[in-house]
Write a protein that binds this ligand. Structure first.
Ligand SMILES: [Zn+2]
Length: 151
């Protein structure tokens, strides 16, 4: 379908619409154009599916939250040294920096294998979702334990 055909089809459907503008809430009664007469917002028809929490999304959350754990740890270690006026110690933040880079690469890889991951069996999806939720806690404990053992 051409763009103009889509616009024409959308306009035919919009002319039957009787309800609030999704942007400003102004009551639109059978609008004659795809523009809200009150706020000027362009009305676009679309088919969309409701949000679904997938195992892929939970695992992606695991990567992102784990990167957040690393950034938080680095921030705390740097702030502690600055507040004390002590010299900066690379050994304290290097594990977090390296892990954050590895996790970012992992997130990029996870993004690329999205369609494969969404096609896995329900059992694997539960495993992946669970691992994704546990990932930030695992990395926090691993980083903290590593710091505690080495310093
Ligand atoms: Zn409006």
């Amino acid at each position: 379908m051409e763009q103009t055909e889509l616009d024409t089809a959308a306009l035919i459907i919009l002319k039957q619409y009787d309800g609030p503008c999704p942007h400003c809430g102004f009551h639109l009664s059978h609008p004659q154009s795809n523009k809200c007469s009150e706020c000027g917002a362009i009305l676009v028809l679309s088919l969309s599916k409701p949000f679904r929490c997938t195992s892929w999304l939970l695992f992606a959350f695991g990567f992102i939250a784990s990167i957040g754990v690393c950034v938080d740890q680095v921030g705390l270690f740097v702030a502690a040294r600055i507040i004390n006026g002590s010299p900066f110690i690379w050994g304290w933040i290097l594990p977090e920096v390296i892990l954050a880079i590895v996790l970012f690469v992992g997130l990029c890889w996870w993004w690329k294998v999205r369609s494969w991951a969404l096609g896995l069996s329900p059992t694997w999806k539960w495993v992946i979702g669970g691992v994704g939720l546990a990932m930030p806690f695992f990395w926090f404990v691993a980083l903290f334990t590593g710091f505690y053992i080495t310093f």
